[in-house]
Design a protein around this ligand. Structure first.
Ligand code: ZN
Ligand code: ZN
Length: 244
């Protein structure tokens, strides 16, 4: 973690005065990500698979992977492509300790949502394993989700999605290896005395989607608990070779 990011995590108000934020991409003062840089993030364009959101040639059908392996998740959308500045910003959020980047990045997710809202009742973040979260100090997907939900007015899911198994990083794995890696890694823990997720439509929030394997493993756990539909919204979409 960079010392500048660490200082800002330690305390905001006074530190903002002593060490004012600057754009992590172009170094312009005033904000952690300036509007000029945010506007330049590449947006998904062209045809995508209606199920997993990966780019395809023919939008009338599912991509080859979804056609071969039926997914339980109802659909995945992403705000930007994991390229250029977006890739650098996600890296800073995940690995350099710049948790404050979740606020401007979630604005991009809210823009994507307003352009095409999904039919959901509640949201939940894809959880990290407790050991990983302790090491990083925060779950970047949860931070993105909180800010996104505040902007669009979506309530949080009751009960909890838990990552019960540590999984190796998905980077470098192919589609079937990714699915096997996260299979059974998540469980849904209902709240005491409540209905939990039964009968609800859930929006899963994650930072990056590559093949959709992680979102799919979460979807399986939620549908097993009675969720009627599960959608995914991620900040960024990665081509399998450019994952981070
Ligand atoms: Zn900038
Ligand atoms: Zn697909």
């Amino acid at each position: 973690m960079e010392w500048y990011a660490w200082l800002h995590q330690a305390g905001q108000g006074l530190l903002n005065l002593l060490f004012p934020p600057y754009c992590v991409l172009c170094r312009a003062p005033g904000a952690w990500l300036c509007d000029t840089c945010l506007d330049q993030f590449p947006r998904p364009s062209g045809k995508v698979c209606p199920r997993c959101g990966s780019p395809i040639k023919d939008a009338a059908s599912l991509c080859r992977s979804c056609a071969q392996n039926a997914l339980t998740i109802d659909g995945v959308r992403s705000a930007v492509l994991l390229e250029g500045g977006a890739r650098q910003a996600v890296h800073q959020l995940k690995y350099a300790g710049y948790s404050a980047l979740a606020t401007p990045l979630a604005r991009l997710m809210a823009q994507c949502w307003h352009a095409a809202p999904l039919p959901v009742d509640v949201w939940a973040a894809v959880p990290l394993h407790v050991a990983r979260e302790r090491e990083r100090g925060y779950n970047q997907s949860y931070l993105l989700g909180c800010e996104f939900a505040r902007l669009v007015g979506l309530p949080a899911m009751s009960g909890m999605l838990r990552r019960v198994r540590t999984t190796r990083a998905q980077v470098g794995l192919n589609v079937s290896e990714r699915r096997a890696n996260v299979d059974g890694a998540f469980v849904y823990c209902p709240p005491r005395g409540g209905q939990g997720v039964y009968g609800q439509r859930v929006l899963l929030i994650d930072d990056v989607c590559t093949t959709g394997a992680t979102l799919e493993a979460c979807s399986v756990a939620l549908k097993r608990a009675g969720a009627v539909s599960v959608w995914g919204l991620t900040l960024a979409r990665a081509a399998p070779a450019s994952d981070i």
